[in-house]
Design a protein around this ligand. Structure first.
Ligand SMILES: [Ca+2]
Ligand SMILES: [Ca+2]
Length: 239
């Protein structure tokens, strides 16, 4: 059983309390019968709450402990010791999280070396023997990486980094053909000498003695930065 069902009762739909009575198990199904409800002196409302079973109360469901973390569903700190958290970083521990919950959060974020559990100071996770997950890249980590290596993370890039890993993504980026500025410059040069249909550049002078402003070189770079697939190369050029 991975779920916990509880029956609650209320007389006014606002104040709820656990319903009295003891369920019985019949053919593997928990049942509870309430008597004298319909003809009682006042109305009573009932509702059923279904929660993930968390027998050790560490904030991690039994199912997750057994099938994801491999931790003990009957011991709150089976994977590591409890960790104090100083969320506002004023030097005072605000609350304490159970060790298994911290392990779950680290699993979601990636390992301590690459991200870790916020507030755990030393980075946590070391030497606890918690298996695997060491190569998992969280969306947060991927986004942080892409903020540094591109002109902004996209959903597609985050997915790619998560799937490929950092090194493979960099290798792939390096192999992409370079987004060159010269085709754009040549394009507007040809345009100004011809039909002048382009609106994406600026020029001065007269019809016969025209010239391209120097800032067209800057827009060539910006176009590459925004549209180029070789984001890493463009970002390095920018740096
Ligand atoms: Ca638990
Ligand atoms: Ca546990």
């Amino acid at each position: 059983m991975q779920k916990q069902q509880t029956v609650w009762q209320s007389g006014n739909l606002t104040d709820w309390s656990p319903a009295t009575g003891t369920p019985v198990t019949l053919d593997g199904v928990n049942q509870q019968t309430f008597t004298d409800v319909l003809n009682g002196p006042s109305r009573i409302f009932y509702k059923v709450r279904v929660n993930d079973l968390d027998r050790d109360g560490d904030g991690v469901s039994d199912w997750t402990e057994q099938h994801v973390l491999g931790s003990d569903p009957l011991a709150a700190n089976s994977s590591r010791s409890a960790t104090g958290v100083d969320a506002n970083q004023d030097g005072v521990v605000d609350t304490t999280y159970s060790g298994d919950y911290v392990t779950l959060v680290e699993r979601l974020q990636g390992t301590a070396a690459a991200g870790g559990f916020p507030g755990s100071g030393s980075g946590g996770g070391g030497g606890t023997g918690i298996a695997s997950g060491s190569t998992a890249i969280s969306r947060t980590q991927a986004a942080r990486f892409l903020t540094q290596s591109t002109f902004g993370p996209t959903v597609e890039d985050i997915q790619a980094v998560q799937e490929q890993g950092y090194a493979s993504w960099i290798t792939q980026q390096a192999a992409l053909p370079a987004t060159l500025h010269s085709p754009y410059i040549l394009g507007i040069y040809n345009d100004i000498r011809g039909q002048r249909t382009g609106r994406g550049y600026s020029y001065g002078g007269s019809d016969n003695e025209y010239f391209l402003f120097g800032n067209n070189m800057m827009t060539a770079f910006a176009r590459g930065a925004v549209n180029g697939q070789d984001q890493l190369r463009q970002r390095m050029a920018f740096a």
